[in-house]
Design a protein around this ligand. Structure first.
Ligand SMILES: Cc1cc2nc3c(=O)[nH]c(=O)nc-3n(C[C@H](O)[C@H](O)[C@H](O)COP(=O)(O)OP(=O)(O)OC[C@H]3O[C@@H](n4cnc5c(N)ncnc54)[C@H](O)[C@@H]3O)c2cc1C
Length: 382
């Protein structure tokens, strides 16, 4: 699988597209170009969603295969929010609970790399505590009426549809009221506005004003949304994409230092060696979390540890790049020759928030520790 993915990602067309994207990362706060040719090339070979059935454009492969694709995209420096949102979130949800018509309509186009979905979950007052979301969907004679505001939705400008979490009032329990809907982003009442941040892939606010949806916009049953979106987060939470970034960025940083023919001070060399050891072991932990998903026994603690460590570590590598090469954009030789390191510096701050903020993941680990053996200071020492 890795050889096949690399053959696509190392092709001249895909490499040229990546170079254009990295160059754009150095020129302001606009959205990065969508990796259209890369997605279509992977999609054409069945490699964008290899774990999906062949009938929907996959290869009937397993979760190891999709993790390999995710890792290789990170190792090649290809921005992958659009794949994560489309395949790992929206696609996984449709595969799990979509009607045959919904699957047939969307999955093949997603797997070919021709259709991007946005994920419309987070709201201004509902991020880590997503179950506090206030967007509402009310049943009407013709389907559903959707109202609310979503925020921090990545890559919405490349998407034609969104998968949206909304409250379908009635069940009386804040989790059991959440349902998922497919929203065409060009529908009347959908207002998409960019939010400028340092993050290289733009975020968007999406305002939903009396958006009329047909009955078949609902995915799964009313109230099934929480279970579906939690399950889809599984692969993102293994930390595999984050560990892949840490590996690549450290390689590129060392290559940039070598190209400058500038040996860092002994202290910095020591930190680079330490980072190298941590990056290798963190990657192993991420693969252990992937194994848990592939063998259908996902473990929340392993995944939380893997995602927490990988994202914090990738951030440390990006910080070292900043310190050793100088701050962008006036960073001179290092960043000019290695523009994807600029992408790293801009992307790093968001890594410890996306797919579970660090403190929230540490809460998960702490809760598990307390369940499994209590306060470590109180535990009997063998
Ligand atoms: C790169 C990136 C891509 C994203 N893409 C999307 C997308 O496509 N679609 C989408 O819907 N959303 C997306 N998000 C939003 C993301 O899901 C939220 O940023 C995340 O859920 C955190 O929510 P928040 O930003 O509101 O921060 P908050 O939840 O307000 O957290 C702010 C700070 O408080 C801390 N904190 C929160 N709760 C606790 C607690 N219980 N205990 C201790 N500390 C706590 C957090 O760790 C964090 O440091 C993306 C975010 C990023 C960074």
């Amino acid at each position: 699988m890795r050889t096949r993915v690399r053959a696509v990602l190392d092709s001249p067309r895909v490499r040229a597209e990546s170079a254009t994207i990295w160059a754009a990362a150095g020129t302001g706060t606009g959205d990065l170009p969508h990796a259209d040719a890369t997605y279509r090339a992977l999609g054409g070979a069945g490699l964008l969603a290899p774990h999906w059935p062949r009938a929907y454009g996959g290869l009937d492969a397993d979760s190891y295969a999709s993790a390999t694709v995710a890792e290789e995209l990170a190792l090649h420096g290809v921005p992958d929010s659009a794949r994560v949102n489309t395949v790992d979130n929206a696609g996984a949800t449709l595969l799990a609970a979509g009607t045959p018509e919904q699957r047939a309509r969307h999955l093949p186009a997603m797997a070919r790399g021709e259709r991007v979905f946005a994920v419309l979950y987070t709201e201004p007052e509902a991020g880590s505590d997503l179950a506090a979301l206030t967007t509402e969907a009310h049943p009407t004679r013709h389907g559903w009426l959707l109202n609310g505001v979503k925020s921090w939705n990545a890559r919405t400008s490349s998407a034609t549809f969104g998968i949206c979490a909304a409250r379908t009032p009635g069940a009386g329990n804040r989790y059991a009221e959440i349902s998922l809907f497919i929203v065409p982003l060009r529908a009347p009442g959908v207002h998409v506005e960019p939010i400028a941040t340092i993050n290289p892939e733009l975020f968007f606010h999406v305002r939903l004003d009396d958006v009329a949806l047909p009955p078949d916009a609902l995915v799964g049953r009313p109230g099934q949304g929480w279970a579906l979106l939690s399950r889809a987060l599984g692969l993102e939470r293994t930390g595999i994409c984050f560990a892949g970034r840490a590996v690549r960025w450290l390689d590129r940083l060392i290559a940039a230092l070598r190209a400058q023919d500038r040996l860092p001070a002994a202290e910095a060399r020591h930190e680079l060696r330490r980072l190298d050891a941590e990056v290798r072991s963190c990657r192993l932990l991420a693969w252990r979390a992937v194994r848990d998903v592939a063998e259908q026994r996902p473990d929340a603690s392993t995944a939380a540890a893997a995602k927490w460590w990988a994202s914090e570590l990738a951030q440390r590598v990006a910080r070292s790049a900043w310190e050793l090469l100088g701050p962008p954009p006036a960073a001179g030789v290092g960043h000019a020759q290695f523009p994807d390191l600029l992408l790293a510096v801009r992307e790093a701050p968001g890594l410890t928030l996306a797919a579970g903020a660090s403190e929230v993941l540490l809460n998960t680990l702490a809760a598990d520790l307390l369940d499994g053996g209590g306060d470590p200071w109180e535990r009997e020492v063998s």
